[in-house]
Ligand binder design. Structure first.
Ligand code: CP
Length: 334
């Protein structure tokens, strides 16, 4: 069976640490031959700037070649359900797509966001799991309902900032921020997962209990605390959550109970615009560091002052996407 990279929770802590070590090596030494003669197929069902660029350039820098496919745009629309009478838009089934791409490429990358209609369906991560089921080559999650490449880039940036790979004892705040649209929970799920995996003291700060993340990720976080130490708490109080924080990681996401019926969620979100990360909140921290996965709407999710502060490491985190993805690709084809 191919070695997929679908979620960090599937990988052991030593294996994740080894990926981070490899990423640090690639940061020092840009070019390599780990993908010489190999091809990477990148399936994008949603837009991207960082992920597409870093995967394409990372493949090139390791001697390989990447092709980008956007099903439904420049490639045929795909059916994912089993047993379907395909008399709709889809021209081919994922069973054929994944098997054919496996004959051409050595790695398949997948970006497939939730449909935002029914969370009970979206939480099955059907697109990613269908491709991983039918593919004969490693599949890498480029963001579906989690974003594991972002997780490693984030942790790498924190380790660089604090000058240590041991992040235990750090107070980590994952804060919801306002955005005019309900967004994917993937990065929030991932941040909660990896921060607890690293043994940090994690606070999930969100406006109301409706913004608490899916039980799978809350469960992984609790499991991680049990195995790796640290702690996990949920807060709806901004000042106490920020007080003494070493790390503030911001993300906006839609509340799960409103998937498919976003109308009643909008006024709740509008009432919590003040969750935007600003200088006053950051002044409550322990000289804390700020980051975000990007893209970010300035002065909506975080203020100009926070983004332009030397304590913002979002650009370092974005750069690290390149290095961690090279480490992941080199590892899964080994
Ligand atoms: N953070 C991230 O994945 O960025 P893109 O959506 O631009 O790929």
């Amino acid at each position: 069976m191919p070695l997929h990279f679908l979620n960090t929770q599937d990988w052991s802590r030593p294996d994740l640490d080894a990926l981070l070590d490899d990423a640090r090596h690639f940061k020092q030494s840009k070019l390599g031959d780990q993908l010489r003669g190999k091809s990477v197929a990148l399936l994008f069902f949603n837009p991207s700037m960082r992920t597409r660029t870093s995967f394409e350039l990372g493949t090139f820098q390791l001697g390989g070649h990447a092709v980008v496919l956007q099903p439904g745009k420049d490639a045929w629309p795909i059916e994912f359900d089993v047993g379907t009478v395909m008399d709709g838009e889809a021209e081919e089934h994922i069973a054929e797509v994944a098997r054919v791409l496996s004959r051409y490429a050595d790695i398949i990358g997948v970006r497939a966001f939730p449909k935002f209609v029914d969370w009970s369906v979206d939480r099955q991560d059907r697109v990613l799991n269908a491709i991983a089921t039918y593919a004969d080559v490693p599949v890498i999650n480029m963001e579906t309902i989690t974003h594991p490449c972002q997780e490693l880039a984030h942790i790498m940036a924190l380790q660089e900032h604090f000058g240590t790979t041991d992040l235990r004892g750090k107070k980590y705040v994952l804060t919801w921020t306002y955005h005019p649209k309900p967004l994917n929970t993937a990065v929030a799920n991932s941040a909660l997962t990896i921060a607890t995996r690293m043994g940090m003291d994690v606070t999930l700060l969100c406006p109301t209990p409706e913004y608490i993340l899916d039980e799978r990720y809350m469960g992984w976080a609790a499991q991680n605390v049990a195995e790796h130490g640290g702690s996990l708490q949920v807060s709806h109080d901004i000042d106490s959550a920020y007080a003494g924080a070493d790390i503030v990681y911001a993300k906006s996401w839609g509340a799960l109970p409103y998937f498919g019926n976003w109308g009643p969620e909008l006024p709740i979100r509008e009432q919590h615009k003040h969750f935007m990360v600003d200088e006053r909140k950051m002044s409550l921290t322990n000289d804390g560091v700020f980051s975000h996965c990007l893209p970010l709407r300035r002065n909506v999710k975080a203020s100009d002052a926070v983004m332009d502060s030397p304590r913002c490491i979002a650009i370092n985190e974005a750069e690290n996407r390149l290095h961690v993805q090279k480490a992941i690709m080199a590892r899964v084809v080994r």
